[in-house]
Design a protein around this ligand. Structure first.
Ligand SMILES: Cc1cc2nc3c(=O)[nH]c(=O)nc-3n(C[C@H](O)[C@H](O)[C@H](O)COP(=O)(O)OP(=O)(O)OC[C@H]3O[C@@H](n4cnc5c(N)ncnc54)[C@H](O)[C@@H]3O)c2cc1C
Length: 399
């Protein structure tokens, strides 16, 4: 059994993503706690930039090692996977059969891809939910084009939420780059964005959805809304009963909560999220935050960060015998990049589209990195996006 050091309150945080890291950094600043981070990935994934890593950007744009993030802290890192909660003994059991004891537990495990049982998607489609997936997609885009000396019949992105839109907008530019750098002539690039709902960005205002649709059409992305994906084979995607030829289908349309919660008998909503109280507590001494928790605006990094802040503050208040404060949800700011130097912003009632939106997006990325790192490190991390040169990033071919 791994015993966390005694005397101080032993806080075990499971999940090294937005919520878990923010909570760990906050609690580490207090002398009241021994903080341990249990996570199955030695690096933090900055999801908002993964679309860019998949389309020519480096993996350093969207990952930071935990060793780096926690370099000047006392946070203990354990790389392993939480599998079982022994709630009465206050123990988490891991895949490698370790038992970790805690006084307070914070769970921030994030979500996993959901194919809704559509046949063939898990075998044949690409995704951008991890660095590995983004890198595999980039390699496929490059290799298939260079090896075959021609473009795929269709490049298909499924799901017109923010991720699908950001990816399809940038895809055109990246494919154009590869074609140019490898001097492939007369290549037609067909990109299709498929959405089952009647419009893009169904959860955002109509006018934003319309502006984004116009921008994508200008870039050259064909939009198929109100279209249902029914299956995929090695060579084609079936949409509303009709086959569309493609070897490049990217699924961005669905996620589901981590199976940890169902397997460990947490109380869940109909959508599978964990029911928490006003203090983000699921049970005595167990907090659930970020994408796992059934809170308003769950599913956004900004929500995970503010959840983490609220739990950390309350743990500090509790140890100081001060009254706890209820979590107050904040409406997130939506910033969606669509191709180069253009973004749509929805900030309460304010809507901004275009170059100014893109500037705001760049600022938002910088601020998000600074949420986890000092300014100088955040600025360095943010600047990786601009480290492009004339060379093909995969085979060093120069245009
Ligand atoms: C492609 C993409 C783009 C996005 N863009 C934006 C955006 O622009 N703006 C925005 O606000 N939100 C965005 N989001 C959503 C945002 O990334 C999530 O809301 C946020 O990551 C949630 O934080 P979290 O801490 O709950 O989970 P995560 O950040 O997903 O972290 C979960 C961590 O837990 C680890 N883990 C999982 N299971 C276990 C286990 N059993 N044991 C140990 N460790 C485990 C995982 O490896 C991971 O490190 C995007 C998401 C995606 C997929």
């Amino acid at each position: 059994m791994i015993m966390l050091q005694n005397k101080k309150t032993k806080v075990l945080i499971v999940g090294g993503g937005f919520g878990g890291i923010k909570a760990a950094l906050m609690l580490d600043k207090s002398t009241l706690f021994n903080v341990t981070m249990l996570t199955n990935d030695p690096s933090f994934r900055y999801y908002p930039r993964l679309y860019h890593t998949a389309t020519g950007g480096g993996s350093n744009e969207s990952e930071i090692t935990l060793d780096n993030l926690f370099a000047k802290t006392n946070i203990k890192i354990i790389i392993d996977e939480a599998v079982k909660l022994k709630r009465y003994q206050k123990i988490i059991e891991t895949k490698n059969s370790h038992e970790i004891k805690y006084d307070k537990l914070i769970l921030a495990l994030g979500v996993t891809t959901n194919y809704f049982g559509i046949k063939g998607l898990s075998q044949h489609s690409y995704g951008i939910k991890s660095i590995e997936e983004a890198t595999e997609l980039k390699k496929h885009l490059h290799e298939s084009l260079v090896k075959n000396q021609k473009t795929d019949k269709n490049y298909i992105v499924i799901g017109a939420g923010p991720t699908g839109i950001e990816l399809s907008g940038e895809l055109k530019y990246y494919l154009d780059d590869i074609v140019k750098k490898h001097k492939l002539i007369n290549q037609k690039i067909n990109i299709k964005l498929i959405e089952a709902a009647p419009r893009l960005l169904p959860s955002l205002p109509h006018e934003t959805s319309e502006a984004v649709a116009k921008r994508l059409l200008n870039i050259g992305v064909k939009l198929l809304v109100n279209h249902k994906v029914e299956g995929e084979s090695a060579d084609e995607l079936i949409v509303d009963g009709n086959p569309i030829k493609s070897h490049t289908v990217i699924w961005t349309a669905g996620v589901t909560n981590s199976s940890f919660f169902k397997l460990n008998d947490f109380k869940l909503t109909d959508h599978g999220k964990v029911i928490v109280d006003d203090y983000l507590m699921a049970e005595d001494n167990i907090y659930v935050i970020g994408d796992n928790a059934a809170t308003e605006y769950s599913g956004m990094a900004q929500t995970a960060l503010s959840n983490a802040l609220s739990v950390a503050r309350n743990l500090i208040r509790e140890d100081n015998n001060k009254p706890l404060e209820k979590f107050k949800s904040k409406r997130p700011i939506y910033v969606i990049t669509v191709g180069r130097r253009w973004a749509a912003v929805v900030w309460g009632e304010v809507k901004i589209n275009g170059w100014l939106g893109w500037i705001l997006r760049e600022m938002a990325d910088l601020v998000a990195f600074h949420d986890l790192e000092p300014w100088w490190k955040a600025a360095q991390q943010w600047s990786y996006e601009f480290n492009n040169d004339n060379k093909c990033d995969i085979c060093d071919h120069e245009s």
